[in-house]
Design a binder for this molecule. Structure first.
Ligand code: HEC
Ligand code: HEC
Ligand code: HEC
Ligand code: HEC
Length: 242
């Protein structure tokens, strides 16, 4: 017996057309209230390597979120001596660094910047975590080439094209062109002090790796950068007075 398939045709109502009288110009001003929305946490963010919305399952065989960066127990791997239960290999690269307008070179990146560069400088495989160099060896360049920092353009260990990291945040109240007091608020964070690492600027001074106190869908930034996000160069102006 064969079943008869009946397909019902879908009827679409054609949209009715509004006739605007000639000569009448209607301006609709959509005054979108500036509402900053901050990231909803690491779940489904760029660093959620368990998420099916990105192809990380190809290299994150753990199927966990935190594990490619942190482990609850360090089984003697000593991935990062300064704590954080760090589980990912860090980079030994020597970088050329930003030279300021005064001719002073920024120091080598330190503190938690080293943790980011362990994936983002492109010299260490992103799946090189949990004590063993994985046999897959997936590098950021193969996975998300555009997110390789530094070297996005020149593929070197050149941090000279990146905002200086490892530099002291030195506040001079008498300098009108200088920096804001470190007790002032910073984006979604309580204060500038909160986003410094031992008083220094690091990658996570501007980015929130866990997507908690960063702007929704905007490179994990801690404050807006565009008018549509909330304020033009708001991130820069939260530290710099000019
Ligand atoms: C892509 C790497 C990465 C992933 C994934 C990650 N973290 Fe982190 N985590 C970091 C880095 C880098 C730091 C230190 C710098 C910072 O806080 O920005 C850190 C710091 C922390 C700290 C110290 C307190 C703080 O925020 O400064 C805690 C607690 C923490 N992470 C918990 C977690 C938990 C729980 C997860 C999983 C749900 C997780 N992290 C996933 C990279 C990661
Ligand atoms: C002074 C603030 C600041 C610091 C410090 C900083 N970034 Fe960024 N980063 C930004 C901004 C703003 C963007 C958005 C894109 C742009 O304007 O280039 C960005 C973009 C990115 C991107 C997205 C790719 C791209 O180029 O669009 C990655 C990945 C990144 N940064 C990683 C890092 C790493 C790793 C460090 C530390 C070595 C770092 N950032 C330090 C402000 C900063
Ligand atoms: C375990 C490796 C790893 C570590 C450690 C890591 N990242 Fe990433 N990061 C990645 C990968 C992989 C992506 C690309 C994710 C994707 O979109 O597929 C990424 C994406 C990003 C992006 C782009 C976000 C967006 O909006 O798409 C930024 C910004 C960034 N990382 C900054 C950082 C900073 C800052 C740190 C340190 C505080 C850090 N990352 C630590 C692997 C890492
Ligand atoms: C977390 C605070 C912080 C944020 C956010 C920040 N900066 Fe900076 N910036 C500093 C510090 C500290 C220095 C090094 C000391 C100095 O030059 O005053 C610096 C240095 C600089 C310099 C180098 C000055 C020189 O003498 O060569 C420039 C240019 C600059 N920042 C621009 C920016 C821009 C553009 C942004 C936004 C994308 C930004 N900064 C965001 C803290 C910050």
């Amino acid at each position: 017996m064969s079943a008869a398939n009946k397909k019902e045709a879908k009827h679409r109502n054609s949209p009715s057309h509004l006739t605007i009288p000639t000569g009448v110009v209607v301006f609709v001003l959509a005054c979108a209230g500036v509402a900053w929305a901050n990231g909803g946490g690491i779940l489904n963010s760029a660093h959620d390597f368990s998420s099916s919305s990105q192809p990380a399952s190809a290299w994150n065989l753990s199927g966990q979120i935190c594990y490619s960066c942190h482990a609850p127990h360090d089984f003697g791997h000593d991935k990062y001596e300064s704590g954080l239960h760090w589980n990912h290999t860090t980079s030994n690269a020597t970088y050329s660094t930003y030279v300021t307008s005064d001719g002073l070179a920024a120091p080598q990146p330190s503190g938690s910047s080293k943790l980011c560069l362990g994936c983002h400088d492109g010299t260490i495989a992103i799946d090189d975590f949990d004590g063993s160099t994985s046999s897959r060896n997936t590098y950021l360049s193969e996975y998300r080439d555009e997110f390789q920092i530094p070297g996005r353009l020149d593929r070197g260990q050149n941090l000279g094209r990146t905002h200086p990291v490892g530099v002291e945040y030195s506040y001079d109240p008498s300098d009108p062109d200088g920096l804001h007091s470190p007790t002032e608020p910073m984006g979604f964070s309580v204060s500038i002090n909160d986003v410094l690492d031992n008083g220094k600027v690091v990658c996570s001074s501007c980015h929130d790796v866990h997507n908690n106190v960063s702007l929704e869908a905007a490179n994990l930034l801690r404050a807006p950068m565009t008018v549509s996000q909330g304020s033009a160069s708001g991130l820069c102006l939260s530290c710099h007075k000019k």
